[in-house]
Design a protein around this ligand. Structure first.
Ligand code: GLN
Length: 546
């Protein structure tokens, strides 16, 4: 569809300058949240300049967490921010990479769509980028598109050229550009410096893009005279130079941005009429965040603990659970490999944890350490949540230590094992290629009457997102149940085990799906909420006992 027919949707592009990791995703999400408070329908997308088709095959060391959408796309973790801050349920159309764009163009080229013509970056690649942007924007009043990487990178040029073209084709009134830059503090000079911002905007303007709003990341207040300087050098009105000072909690950001008029600027520039913003849900959230009644320490036992963002959604879900229970959360990352060292005194290592989470993962490094942590949580009555691999390991731990099957294991880690309590799913048996072939996305699950899971969710039919190849081996269902492991959630036909729990424990619940992908600050996921509630209850009892 030609771009001229798309006049009903307005577009916001968010670019970044100077350095990466400034938080473009958060600023985009925040803008989305504020526009929703004005009753607008918002969609958010991320255009990533890398060549991989998606991040599904990248290690968390490379890319942080892989975020999975309802429709089973493995996407960038910024999609997680978008969903957490807004009501939009995003799909595979909202995360695309250079690799996907070229893949689509090359498929068309082979099909003969460009017969007789030379296929070029402009116009063919840029047209495909527009096609992806329009598809991602369907039904939206405002579509926010974040461009990954930093202005000046070779890889992001086709995306920036597309913004230039769209602004020309649709008019400045329909396309707004926000540029996020760093204003660093130089300790020796005791000054914030604007020069990197000036250079980055110069670079952007040399590509033909004039930013409308500058968002300046700084570790302190950016004084007016510096804003004036940036405004002058960058051709941006001074009131549209906004500062994004570090905040101690990202959910304070929508109100911080609103106070500087970000949403008003956006609707003014795009010439939109909206109702006045209803900020009360965000105000309540910030109020709860700011008045915690205690602190809960949650041990997260993983192997990617040194990588920022590898457990991003879990960390955020815990913040949400803190908001829901009005407690501060102190996440403590514990290296699973340390726990498997025979010298490690597990009790003292985990003693300070009020709750324990074993998250998802792949590969056998640190597995035995995670099993020890699960055993500790089970025997010491510490509230526990196992996620995906965490559920599979909880089953293995139960089989080894309660059923007394010392050989129990998962086929993933020991393919000749004689007690394969976790085995490969039938649908995975003939899968050869690695990209996008796991059991991915949302599937329905039915919860058992009388279970803790049902009490938490308050509904019997739920839908949750998955990313795995292995599953509970039904051959062991009966013996597990006879010994106190409750299978509390299954696929509707009963063929796949989705949730397990222990009757004889205050809160020991594990699930094959990823609840962290659906938790939001304004609506915490029930399993995280109840994990923290159980931890608080345990702490209260212990206080009484001492
Ligand atoms: N490696 C396990 C599987 O493929 C668990 C995956 C996960 O935790 N996401 O089933």
């Amino acid at each position: 569809m030609s771009s001229s027919k798309r006049h009903h949707t307005k577009f916001i592009f968010v670019t970044g300058g100077v350095v990466s990791s400034l938080g473009k995703g958060l600023i985009s999400a925040c803008a989305g949240a504020l526009l929703e408070t004005r009753g607008l329908r918002v969609r958010l997308s991320k255009a990533d300049p890398y060549i991989n088709v998606d991040p599904g095959t990248m290690s968390p060391f490379q890319h942080g967490e892989v975020f999975v959408t309802d429709d089973g796309a493995e996407t960038d973790l910024d999609i997680g921010h978008y969903e957490r801050f807004t009501q939009a349920s995003l799909t595979r159309h909202h995360s695309f990479s250079t690799g996907q764009i070229y893949d689509a163009v090359l498929t068309k080229e082979r099909r003969g769509d460009y017969l007789g013509r030379t296929v070029q970056v402009v116009p063919h690649i840029t047209s495909q980028i527009k096609e992806n942007i329009f598809r991602a924007s369907e039904g939206a009043d405002i579509s926010i598109i974040e461009i990954g990487g930093t202005v000046g990178d070779i890889e992001s040029l086709p995306f920036l050229e597309t913004i230039r073209q769209l602004r020309y084709e649709l008019g400045a009134q329909n396309v707004l550009c926000i540029h996020l830059t760093l204003v660093p503090y130089i300790a020796a000079a005791k000054e914030l410096k604007t020069k990197p911002t000036q250079h980055s905007v110069k670079e952007l303007r040399s590509i033909g893009i004039q930013p409308d709003i500058l968002v300046c990341r700084a570790d302190r207040h950016v004084p007016d005279e510096l804003k004036e300087k940036m405004a002058l050098f960058c051709n941006v009105p001074k009131e549209q130079v906004v500062e994004a000072q570090d905040v101690d909690n990202i959910y304070k950001l929508p109100l911080v941005m609103h106070d500087q008029g970000l949403d008003q600027m956006i609707v003014d520039h795009l010439n939109m009429w909206t109702r006045s913003p209803d900020l009360s849900p965000w105000e309540q959230t910030v109020a709860r965040l700011s008045s915690p009644q205690g602190k809960v320490r949650v041990g997260i036992i993983g192997k990617y603990i040194d990588v920022a963002d590898s457990y991003k959604s879990i960390e955020e879900s815990l913040v949400h659970a803190g908001i829901a229970n009005q407690h501060a959360i102190d996440p403590v990352y514990i290296d699973s490999e340390d726990l498997q060292n025979s010298e490690c005194d597990i009790a003292s290592k985990l003693a300070g944890c009020d709750a324990i989470i074993v998250p998802g993962g792949f590969g056998n490094r640190g597995i035995e350490g995670k099993l020890r942590a699960i055993e500790f949580a089970r025997t010491q009555q510490v509230p526990f949540l196992g996620i995906c691999l965490g559920m599979q390991l909880a089953v293995i731990e139960f089989a080894r230590n309660v059923l007394e099957y010392p050989q129990a294991h998962s086929i993933e880690f020991h393919d000749q094992c004689t007690e394969p309590v976790i085995h490969l799913m039938d649908t995975q048996k003939n899968v050869a290629s690695k990209g996008g072939t796991m059991r991915l996305g949302a599937y329905p699950c039915t919860l058992q009457a009388g279970s803790k899971a049902l009490t938490a969710y308050q509904q019997q039919e739920i839908s949750e997102r998955h990313r795995h190849r292995y599953e509970f081996n039904l051959r062991y269902k009966e013996v597990c149940e006879q010994n106190g492991l409750l299978i509390s959630g299954t696929s509707p036909d009963g063929s796949l085990v989705e949730v397990i729990e222990l009757d004889s424990h205050p809160w020991f619940v594990a699930c094959q799906f990823h609840p962290e992908l659906k938790s939001k600050p304004l609506a915490c996921h029930p399993l995280f909420r109840e994990l923290i509630a159980a931890a608080i209850q345990k702490m209260t009892h212990e206080d009484k006992d001492t």
